[in-house]
Design a protein around this ligand. Structure first.
Ligand code: HEM
Length: 434
């Protein structure tokens, strides 16, 4: 595909991206009002959205509203992701619309948001993030490899039936919830809360949240936080879970007045990111291979390519966009982003940028992926990226090692949620090797 002339070239900014007086003295800066509007995102299928937007002449950031922009070009994403002033979105910026919509304090929603690293600002964010990130490095998670393999098979045995099933909810969602159940020490009811409530909580992140959706999101968040945080604190008290004991010790060391209430609330909120999105990653990876029988054949012949398959599926169908917030004025190229600007980081689109990825809609097991960023980047890069890859690889390995016959059994449709790249459902039949 050919690309039009770039309207934005190399960014000129200070080391951390904040604007200086010398910069504002320049006369040719553009403000948010000068940017062209973003085409509608609701209902967008990221594949066709990327094809369409990358065929236009103008390729820079686009305006979403008076206070927000959307960024989709790979080089813009990679430049903005490292700027320290393009930071987390403070909880009140997320929360207020929900409270306003339901006309009351949204306590459950606020408990979920204020305990989430996504909403934490310096100096709190780094030490809290570190508690989670330290447990999820490649070296640490090796110990969960056998568990991931076992859970992939256990859930298959529980769900396999001769008829069509929705692979996403009936299988992938169960795998992620069961995995976290074993890691944390949850009981059956708590596993169910982890599996079922995130879907309702995510309604609160929709574009135009209705009062019913806001109430549902608030109630689900309240129940989720209560069930999961109590479970985590119970397991901490037992002292039998090394990961939780290490986390609790680090949590106790943080001496900042706005730190989360306790480790239970902090971990509960952040594990939600890890449960729902991983379900989508697993389902998207399986869908990629169902769509690309040649690649599946290659994988059958050489299972060492499983890692490539997972990374390429995360590029092609990146599960998540994310939002950042300008905590100070930022200069990006010739665009001035005032403090308070919301920046929608469209990773699923940037990972299909034809300037970086040749034939971007093709699933290619041998593609160089250095510039793919399905997990964001910079200081905010997703701490759950390694565990996501491990769980997704476990499912593909089971498919190949056990020579299962998984076939697509019905049409698929992408969910019209602007921040996710997920199928409404993935109807498949799974048969054992005969
Ligand atoms: C398919 C799976 C996942 C995807 C696609 C994903 C994607 C992302 C993205 C795009 C960001 C924003 C990065 C940025 O702004 O530069 C992020 C941040 C984050 N993710 Fe994930 N994530 C996944 C799984 C997980 C898991 C398994 C966990 C936890 C166990 C997790 C926890 C977090 C947290 C806490 C942040 C905030 C980091 C910060 O602001 O410092 N995610 N993730």
């Amino acid at each position: 595909m050919t690309r039009g002339k770039r309207a934005v070239d190399q960014p000129a900014r200070t080391a951390d991206g904040t604007e200086t007086d010398a910069m504002t003295g320049g006369s040719n800066l553009r403000g948010l009002g000068d940017l062209p509007m973003m085409p509608p995102l609701v209902g967008a299928n990221w594949g066709s959205f990327a094809d369409e937007i990358f065929s236009r002449d103008y390729q820079g950031p686009r305006r979403l509203s008076d206070k927000s922009i959307g960024v989709y070009r790979n080089s813009d994403l990679r430049s903005l992701m490292t700027i320290s002033a393009v930071d987390s979105v403070p909880a009140p910026v997320f929360s207020h619309p929900i409270s306003e919509t339901i006309g009351a304090n949204a306590e459950g929603w606020e408990s979920f948001l204020t305990n989430n690293i996504f909403t934490m600002l310096p100096p709190l964010r780094a030490p809290v993030r570190q508690i989670l990130a330290r447990q999820l490095t490649p070296g640490q998670i090796v110990k969960y490899q056998a568990l991931a393999d076992r859970v992939a098979r256990e859930i298959l045995a529980e769900t396999m039936r001769p008829s069509v099933m929705d692979f996403q909810d009936a299988y992938a969602g169960r795998v992620t919830a069961r995995f976290w159940r074993c890691v944390i020490g949850l009981n059956e009811r708590e596993e169910e809360a982890l599996r079922n409530l995130p879907e309702q909580i995510l309604l609160g992140f929709g574009n135009e949240v209705t009062p019913d959706e806001a109430r549902t999101a608030d109630q689900a968040a309240g129940e989720y936080m209560e069930v999961l945080s109590s479970a985590i604190l119970r397991e901490c008290r037992h002292g039998r879970n090394q990961m939780l004991s290490e986390m609790a010790a680090e949590f106790a060391e943080i001496d900042l007045h706005d730190k989360p209430k306790d480790l239970g609330h902090m971990l509960a909120s952040n594990i939600l990111d890890g449960s729902h999105t991983v379900k989508v990653a697993i389902s998207n990876a399986v869908y990629c291979l169902l769509e690309s029988p040649d690649a599946k054949e290659e994988l059958d012949a050489d299972p060492t390519l499983i890692r490539n398959a997972v990374r390429e599926s995360l590029r092609l169908y990146s599960p998540a966009a994310s939002v950042r917030y300008c905590s100070a004025d930022v200069l990006h190229g010739d665009i001035r982003l005032p403090e308070g600007t919301l920046v929608l980081m469209l990773w699923p689109v940037g990972n299909r940028d034809p300037e970086v990825f040749a034939d971007p809609s093709r699933f290619d097991l041998h593609r160089p992926l250095r510039q793919a960023a399905p997990f964001g980047g910079g200081a905010h890069v997703c701490p759950g990226r390694n565990i996501t890859a491990m769980l997704t690889e476990a499912v593909l390995r089971m498919w190949i090692d056990d020579r299962l016959r998984i076939t697509l059994d019905g049409p698929v449709e992408w969910d019209p949620v602007p921040s996710m790249s997920r199928l409404k459902q993935l109807p498949v039949t799974i048969k054992p090797y005969q």
